[in-house]
Design a protein around this ligand. Structure first.
Ligand code: CA
Ligand code: CA
Length: 352
């Protein structure tokens, strides 16, 4: 998507829900529902709106509203606050000032996938949460005769006290295909025991040399002895996960298996290709298990690749405000605005 370029994302929690809406936001207006499966900036143009049933020759683009809850699952606990009606998202609309949706006009909005990333401050790691119930997030465009929420183009800031040239990046691998308990929410991937070595190839573009690559391995095993999973990065052993034993007596009562989730660090030599190998060590027993997931946190040079990307710099949070040094194309980027809804705030750039 050439118009959009970068997005800086910070997550913030909704903390209160004071009252219930008297009627659904969907009760009035003309609506169109859009399903997305990937986080990114989405562009809605005149032909899209026309095909969705809107009369672009007569509508006022200032009255186009975009709604959506964002990504992730609803909280599991009933007592956790949540929105009871569809929230409006602030979006950018090119060419709306004249009140006409011309052929070259468009809407830009930020859409989140159904899976979610969040920052664990204790572990200082970004963690991935797979949505167990949905693979699609829905956004809703509404035409209603009142002004809609908008992002504004931001003026250039001077006098920043922190120069951000790198940021925290994260990738995740997970295959959910076996529910070993035949119950609950935990699903596993590759089986251990029948095959003991698995290698997963990760590409970590723009990785900083001499920076830590933090590899989180989540595995499960069932054995009457403690078993181990060795974790290798590019054939270097960086850690050994110990998985607790369980009572495998068919008449005994114990865990069906035990999880182990550990994070190990490898120093980057600047090589963007990292092969993570997991080797299951049965310890003389007859155990079996599964790989659950692998997550990698690493430091990435702040540049501007083509298309959409997002970044978040933890270091920048300590400054009053920051310069984000996009080492390529800096002069061609324009900061569109800052959005802050109950779930997130984001700056959004486009190329000019
Ligand atoms: Ca226009
Ligand atoms: Ca899983």
């Amino acid at each position: 998507m050439p118009y959009l370029l970068a997005l800086f994302l910070c997550l913030a929690y909704q903390t209160t829900q004071a009252q219930f809406a008297l009627e659904s936001r969907l009760a009035t207006g003309q609506w169109c529902k859009i399903g997305i499966t990937q986080t990114g900036i989405y562009k809605i143009d005149a032909s899209f709106l026309q095909n969705a049933g809107f009369d672009v020759n007569t509508l006022n683009p200032q009255h186009l509203h975009v709604h959506g809850y964002g990504g992730g699952m609803l909280p599991q606990a009933n007592a956790t606050p949540r929105l009871d009606d569809l929230p409006e998202n602030a979006v950018f609309v090119q060419g709306e000032q004249d009140g006409r949706f011309d052929a070259g006009d468009y809407i830009l909005f930020y859409g989140e996938s159904s899976d979610k990333w969040s920052y664990n401050a204790n572990a200082q790691l970004f963690e991935h949460e797979t949505n167990l119930y949905a693979d699609t997030t829905y956004y809703f465009i509404c035409l209603e005769n009142r002004p809609a929420s908008r992002l504004a183009i931001q003026a250039e800031t001077v006098g920043a006290n922190f120069d951000v040239t790198q940021y925290e990046e994260f990738v995740h691998y997970e295959k959910d295909e076996t529910n070993y308990l035949k119950s609950g929410r935990e699903w596993y991937g590759e089986p251990l025991g029948t095959q003991n070595d698995y290698t997963f190839n990760f590409s970590l573009p723009d990785i900083m040399a001499n920076s830590p690559i933090r590899i989180t391995s989540a595995v499960m095993a069932r054995d009457s002895r403690i078993t181990n999973v060795e974790v290798y990065a590019n054939d270097e052993l960086i850690g050994t996960q110990a998985i607790d034993a369980v009572n495998t007596d068919p008449f005994g009562y114990d865990y069906r298996g035990r999880n182990a989730i550990n994070t190990y660090t490898k120093n980057s030599n600047g090589n963007a290709q990292v092969a993570v190998k997991l080797r299951y060590k049965q310890n003389g027993g007859y155990g079996n298990g599964f790989i659950n997931y692998l997550t990698i946190n690493y430091r990435r040079a702040l540049g501007y690749p083509n298309g959409f990307f997002r970044f978040r710099s933890l270091a920048s949070a300590t400054g009053l405000f920051d310069i984000f040094d996009l080492k390529w194309h800096t002069k061609s980027l324009q900061l569109i605005g800052i959005e802050e809804n109950k779930f997130s705030k984001a700056n959004l750039c486009r190329r000019i």
